[in-house]
Design a protein around this ligand. Structure first.
Ligand code: OFO
Length: 170
């Protein structure tokens, strides 16, 4: 059984994951509007990943006999300066999410919830991948100053990304 505090914090994280999904979908729409279909695809896959992260929390609360409570999703930005700015904001956001996951882990420790600690470890590891994947793209974009042939090639590469549900693979 989850403690009330743990249940509330896990529910809040469902909301944070949906906010992330919405954030990346908004970026995807913006990237489509400026003709970067590959980067738009990458963000759309990112959106799908966030949905899978949210559902993993949802299923876990149910499995532990808790109550899922969905909260309103607050507004997301709609406009950015350029592609480098988008990936900088993405990295910044993932670093914030890493902080939220670490805080959840701290709460699981305080609540002496060993099962939740084990569950949350998946997200701790996932955040390492999230940050490093975004950092790599950001480095490449900076190398080509986010423009010209270099950007064309990176965008082509980002078009290749497909959704793999890592929540059921690990
Ligand atoms: Fe759910 O990892 Fe990104 O936000």
């Amino acid at each position: 059984m989850l403690t009330k505090r743990m249940e509330l914090e896990l529910n809040k994280q469902i909301n944070a994951e949906y906010w992330s999904a919405y954030f990346y979908l908004s970026m995807s729409a913006y990237l489509e509007s400026i003709g970067l279909a590959g980067a738009a695809n990458w963000m759309r896959i990112q959106y799908q990943e966030e949905i899978s992260h949210a559902l993993k929390f949802f299923d876990y609360i149910v499995e532990r006999g808790g109550k899922v409570e969905l909260m309103p999703i607050s507004e997301v930005p709609k406009k950015w300066n350029d592609i480098i700015n988008i990936f900088e904001e993405t990295l910044k956001h993932e670093q914030i999410v890493t902080g939220l996951i670490n805080k959840l882990m701290d709460i699981a420790i305080e609540e002496k919830d060993h099962a939740a600690k084990s569950f949350l470890q998946w997200y701790v590891d996932e955040q390492v991948e999230e940050e490093s994947g975004v950092q790599t793209i950001l480095d490449q974009l900076k190398m080509v100053e986010g423009k010209g042939n270099g950007l064309f090639m990176i965008d082509k590469d980002l078009k290749q990304r497909v959704f793999v549900d890592s929540t059921i693979q690990k």
